[in-house]
Design a protein around this ligand. Structure first.
Ligand SMILES: *Cc1c(COP(=O)(O)O)cnc(C)c1O
Length: 466
């Protein structure tokens, strides 16, 4: 007879308790295959429960394949291999528990923007229109390259703002720069060695290494990636940030641009990926056209993102493939489903098309220009000759070189203790920086205008504690 313990105060109904008990005995191998179970009447009376409870438990066990019935002879255990646990982790290691993201008193991050300046209302209106007027598009499976309507509008926008001439067929929408790079790797550059700027956007370099690519870190100078040094590597694809080098802030002059393009023209397998992440914001002189706009041989893959111009959490970026790569992409790349939400794509399409985006960029450029000036002024006032600013002519961050004997680590530790989000150039370096004086990345998009003076004072205390 089975001795099934029943707890009548338990929240699980009686039949469930019977079911769970028998199921576990079978899975652990204590009730072996072909064992005959007691009839429902016998079991019910021995346990002092209703026959219905036993019947429900048996029926569920039959439905899941634990038991079977033989006509007129009763219920039997199926042949099931017992599953026994190995000696594996049964509980999450407390070290791996996630803690809420730290909230900072002041943030000099180069990645975020101030979300309170996002035009929530006009975005909402565009979303509402998209829901009511683009319904058929919302219920279909999205094209792997993204909604055609958005690609058309983006193609039109970058022709005017970045000098990028392309057809919507060349555009691939995706949820992040990293994802688009992965798509490019899977489909086009599966085994190619890459060159990355040093210092540079370290996330891309770790991604490439994780995917098994050789990565060469090529130094940048005041004109951007050093092409002579690039030539010393076997890299076939170079990733660059010519509009505003990440992190040094330098803008690549046309001489270096043509030198880089010339490098890519020498061999068929060579390509340049242009990461144009914060090109909307340029403070002195006109916006500089993209590297892609100079390319006459289809060697530049242009990637841009709405993370800096709108919000990082929209997760909306896009890539423009050269014409010569479209057929390879159509052959292999279309197996990858679209990663962004169609509603966000359609909302963005309307936001761009209605002129709201241009209005927002205009407002933000003016705002960032003022913020940049105020932050630099506050820094110069407080730090005097102990700092030098670099790379401030565009984008949402600049470099701050400190005149101090101290290494950078204690500065970062003090920032952490004071709840200040602060990064140094080390974060963007692969190699050792040696004994170079500390250099900080000062992002100003997340600071509030009214806190500039306090934030700069706190920054000074991190760098030169009294
Ligand atoms: C912010 C940023 C991007 C944008 O990345 P997403 O993943 O598209 O948000 C790309 N490159 C650099 C260097 C950046 O700073």
């Amino acid at each position: 007879m089975l001795h099934i313990p029943i707890d009548r105060d338990h929240s699980l109904p009686v039949y469930k308790q019977i079911y769970e008990w028998i199921k576990n005995e079978i899975l652990q191998g204590t009730l072996t295959s072909e064992t005959k179970l007691p009839s429902k009447r016998t079991l019910a009376s021995s346990m002092n429960v209703s026959q219905n409870s036993v019947l429900s438990a048996y029926n569920q066990l039959i439905a899941e394949g634990y038991l079977y019935t033989k006509e007129r002879s009763g219920y039997f255990v199926e042949t099931i291999q017992p599953i026994r646990p190995h000696h594996v982790e049964k509980k999450l290691d407390p070290k791996l528990l996630e803690t809420p993201a730290k909230s900072y008193r002041y943030s000099f991050s180069h990645m975020g923007v101030d979300s309170s300046l996002f035009p929530v209302q006009s975005w909402h209106q565009c979303a509402q229109k998209a829901i009511s007027e683009d319904q058929t598009l919302l219920s279909e499976i999205n094209h792997p390259q993204g909604t055609y309507k958005l690609r058309e509008i983006v193609a039109n926008k970058i022709r005017h703002t970045r000098g990028v001439f392309c057809e919507p067929e060349q555009i691939v929408i995706g949820a992040s720069t990293q994802w688009l790079l992965q798509l490019f790797l899977f489909v086009i550059a599966e085994h190619e060695p890459f060159a990355i700027e040093e210092p540079g956007y370290h996330r891309l370099s770790s991604l490439l290494k994780t995917l098994g690519h050789d990565v060469y870190h090529v130094p940048v100078d005041t004109h951007g990636l050093n092409v002579e040094k690039l030539r010393e590597t076997p890299a076939t694809v170079a990733i660059v940030t010519p509009s505003h080098q990440m992190p040094t802030g330098s803008i690549m002059p046309v001489s270096r641009r043509t030198e880089l393009l010339y490098w890519s023209y020498e061999k068929e397998e060579r390509y340049v990926i242009e990461d144009d992440y914060d090109s909307e914001f340029k403070y002195e002189g006109d916006i500089i056209p993209s590297l892609q706009s100079l390319d006459v041989n289809g060697k530049v893959i242009y990637i841009d993102s709405f993370s800096k111009s709108l919000l990082p959490d929209l997760r909306m970026s896009y890539m423009v493939l050269p014409l010569g790569l479209i057929d390879v992409f159509k052959e292999k790349g279309l197996h990858f489903m679209q990663t962004t939400s169609v509603l966000t794509q359609l909302t963005l399409a309307r936001f761009l098309d209605s002129g709201e985006y241009d209005k927002h960029i205009k407002r933000m450029s003016k705002y960032y220009k003022e913020m940049r000036a105020k932050v630099i002024e506050a820094i110069q006032e407080r730090f005097g000759t102990r700092v030098r600013v670099e790379g401030e002519k565009a984008g949402l961050h600049f470099l701050l070189h400190l005149d101090t004997e101290e290494p950078v680590e204690p500065i970062m530790e003090r920032a952490d203790k004071m709840d200040i989000e602060l990064y140094s150039i080390q974060r963007f370096m692969h190699g050792q920086v040696g004994s170079a004086p500390p250099t900080l990345i000062i992002g100003f998009a997340k600071l509030k205008p009214e806190e500039i003076y306090e934030a700069v004072e706190a920054l000074y205390q991190c760098c030169f504690p009294e």
